[in-house]
Design a protein around this ligand. Structure first.
Ligand code: ADP
Ligand code: MG
Length: 404
């Protein structure tokens, strides 16, 4: 008898904690109701056939033992999962894999993690591996980094694996751990409205890299391995220290090989940063440190059952991303302002920025009012009509075997 196991894994949205993960900081994503399912049936001929109901995703077939580069396109996410599992010694069988999903792709809701995690939980069940959720999340990340070639952190997969109804997931990028925190939006009469601005991601990769390098350089100048190491110090103290080290030519920086951005061309006097670089670096550091604190403050409020009070923290996060980290675009700012004016308790861009979505915390019966206000503001400026929908914190990945 052939057994079919169905793995199901959600997309995610980040409630707060943006551009903190690569600085060893905190983020607070939640699993959303939109999910990807992988129906997986074992095969005994050592091959994997994959198909997806998503438009434009062609079916294909490959061996269980492919290596990065062998399979490209969407199927690489599935081949990557087989590869990652086999890399750590799990002898997963060939399989017939059918994917179905209502997670929008490329909207910043992590359809890629949902795809990886749905296949992972199905294979885990099929092969009787009994892997821990965090282990599977890291294997999903490994598939995406090592096989697909996308240099992402583990936050998306951790959210998809650890999500839970009525809870958000506190992700600690330093220890790569996740903790579920109660966030009963429905109980508080609230929903999260997602506004996909449909603004294209302009310059996102280059700008992301530049910010990452600036933060790594700041940590390096402060003599720590990541900005997380100065998180417990008052922000103003850290910024004064940064001012001091940047204005004083330092004698012994680490050797170039250990430098955070060794690929950048060496500056003639790398110890003395130009004045506007210093101002920019201060802002970037201020965002990361204050954003981590906002995540912790949000967790504090949620643990105290004060869900309605997190709104101002969300809005403060947006202001910091707009003014200090400078990763917003007009569509994101207009959407946040319109949502707040229409009565949202708080609103912010979510994801990496330079396009993508915002979230707004709204009363359950107000999502249409707020959505319409954003649509009108977009129409007035000639922006593409945004796509809006609501989410509540939902269950994480799980596998189901047939009962018969
Ligand atoms: P995001 O994760 O933010 O949605 P990514 O670019 O990381 O965006 O991942 C999107 C890619 O993941 C798609 O282009 C496709 O290759 C793959 N993918 C996601 N969902 C599906 C699906 N249901 N069927 C086939 N491929 C999918
Ligand atoms: Mg993705």
């Amino acid at each position: 008898m052939t057994t079919t196991v169905t793995g199901s894994a959600p997309g995610r949205v980040n409630l707060i904690g943006e551009h903190t993960d690569y600085n060893g900081g905190f983020a607070l994503p939640l699993a959303i109701p939109q999910r990807t399912t992988a129906s997986v049936t074992a095969r005994d001929n050592g091959t994997v056939s994959v198909s997806s109901s998503a438009s434009g995703m062609e079916p294909t077939e490959f061996g269980v033992d492919t290596v990065p580069g062998d399979v490209t396109g969407w199927a690489a996410y599935v081949a990557g999962v087989f590869w990652a599992l086999r890399q750590v010694g799990h002898d997963v069988p060939g399989a017939d894999v059918r994917i179905d999903s209502d997670v929008p792709t490329g909207a910043g809701l992590s359809s890629s993690a949902a795809l990886e995690c749905s296949v992972l939980v199905a294979l885990d069940s099929l092969a009787g591996l009994k892997l821990e959720p965090s282990t599977m999340a890291l294997l999903g990340q490994q598939a995406e980094n090592g096989y697909v070639g996308a240099p992402t952190g583990a936050m998306d997969q951790m959210a998809s694996m650890h999500g839970r109804d009525g809870h958000v997931v506190l992700f600690d990028a330093a220890s790569v751990t996740a903790e579920q925190v109660p966030c009963d939006l429905s109980g508080a009469g609230l929903e999260l409205l997602i506004v996909d601005t449909r603004a294209p991601h302009r310059h996102a990769d280059g700008e992301y890299g530049a910010r990452r390098r600036t933060c790594e350089e700041a940590a390096h100048r402060l003599g720590v391995s990541s900005l997380r190491d100065v998180q417990d110090d008052p922000v103003d103290d850290v910024l004064s220290r940064l001012d001091r080290v940047l204005s004083t030519p330092s004698i012994s920086l680490s050797p170039p090989s250990a430098h955070a951005d060794s690929s950048a061309p060496a500056r003639a006097d790398a110890d003395e940063a130009p004045a506007d670089d210093v101002a920019v670096m201060r802002r970037r550091v201020r965002h990361v440190l204050t954003e981590n604190q906002r995540v912790l403050d949000t967790v504090g409020l949620l643990r105290a059952g004060r869900v309605r009070d997190i709104g101002p923290l969300l809005t403060a996060s947006h202001v910091s991303l707009r003014d200090d980290y400078q990763v917003t675009v007009a569509e994101l700012d207009v959407a946040v302002d319109a949502a707040l004016e229409a009565g949202a308790l708080g609103a912010r861009m979510t994801g990496g920025g330079f396009g993508g979505s915002i979230i707004a915390l709204v009363d359950t019966d107000q999502d249409h009012v707020v959505g319409d206000a954003v649509r009108e503001a977009f129409a007035r400026r000639g922006f593409t009509e945004p796509h809006t929908f609501t989410v509540v914190p939902s269950a994480g990945a799980s596998a189901r075997r047939p009962s018969r």
